[in-house]
Ligand binder design. Structure first.
Ligand code: ATP
Length: 290
């Protein structure tokens, strides 16, 4: 469980706080997405949960953040690293450069921790099977696709058995195929009870996969709810988040009575198709303009 209690942080160089008065509880095993405009504080929130803010960046904090009861702000970075894993935007930058194969790359962090060999192989085999990396075990980390490299970055974190996986825009450098690989992997990770905090500004895949969406605006938490509630909120654009095309199409249709009365606006293609199929057809008489 992650708990923010009236938490604010200001960077040393920054004038305004990057996060302001955040109160938030993310239960264990939840897949929680964080959206917001550029500069809203998503990366800062990811940094706080992973311990990088303020431990590596410096800065002034108020309030408290805990993971499974342990304080992130007072705890030591090494202890946090064991609890929380961070995956960043560019998979290429997360490869150690010190290993020749996917299997060896997955072993890197475990070797540094001194994990016993048999246990190390057990964990690596399990993660490779879970993330469908087994067929790539002997390939160079530099000769696999961007999506597969991002899976490798996720795998390198998962072998450490963190309670929380934080991802900061992990699909921003990937194409549609790579993005789908990452989201499929996150479903597997969620099924194992790992808490997921995913900062992302593209909402299409979130609508399908996340259980909860938080919206940040200028460091404040301005919305918090299920994706099908938050992503159809009429204020979404004001918060700097582009509404989904399915929502936009249905909202326009609703304005001219071509969406079923009282039906929620859709956030997925399937919900849009169902809604339009349930729309009563206008009766058109011969010779009458539509
Ligand atoms: P983006 O989508 O552009 O990555 P974001 O929502 O992740 O934005 P943050 O990167 O968390 O937002 O930035 C929040 C605020 O903190 C911004 O005003 C930003 O300029 C400032 N900020 C971020 N990192 C630092 C830093 N290391 N030092 C000083 N100010 C910073």
């Amino acid at each position: 469980m992650i708990e923010f209690r009236d938490f604010s942080v200001s960077y040393p160089a920054g004038s305004a706080p990057a996060l302001r008065g955040i109160d938030l509880v993310v239960p264990r095993g939840q897949f929680c997405a964080v959206v917001g405009a550029g500069g809203a504080g998503k990366t800062t929130l990811a940094g706080v949960v992973s311990g990088a803010v303020p431990h590596l960046t410096g800065g002034r904090i108020d309030g408290e953040v805990r993971v499974d009861g342990k304080s992130l702000t007072n705890g030591r970075m090494a202890e946090l690293a064991a609890q929380v894993g961070l995956v960043m935007q560019n998979p290429f930058h997360q490869i150690s450069g010190a290993r020749f194969s996917v299997r060896e790359e997955l072993a890197f962090g475990l070797e540094n921790l001194g994990v016993e060999r048999a246990e190390m192989h057990r964990r690596i085999d399990r993660v490779m099977a879970d993330l469908r990396l087994t067929g790539l075990a002997e390939r160079s980390p530099y000769e696999i696709s961007g999506g597969q490299q991002q899976l490798l970055a996720i795998g390198s974190v998962l072998v450490m058995r963190p309670a929380v996986l934080v991802l900061d825009e992990p699909t921003s450098q990937l194409d549609a195929v790579g993005s789908r690989l990452v989201f499929d992997a996150l479903e597997t990770v969620r099924a194992q009870g790992v808490t997921i905090v995913l900062c992302e500004h593209r909402t299409e895949l979130l609508a399908r996969h996340a259980e909860r969406v938080l919206v940040l605006e200028e460091g404040r938490l301005v919305a918090d709810g299920r994706p099908e509630e938050v992503l159809v909120d009429p204020r979404l654009e004001e918060w700097g988040v582009a509404p989904l095309r399915y929502t936009v199409a249905a909202r326009r249709a609703a304005e001219s009575g071509r969406w079923p009365d009282g039906r929620a606006l859709p956030t997925t293609l399937e919900a849009a198709v169902e809604g339009f199929a349930a729309t009563p057809r206008p009766t058109v008489r011969a010779g009458e303009a539509l």
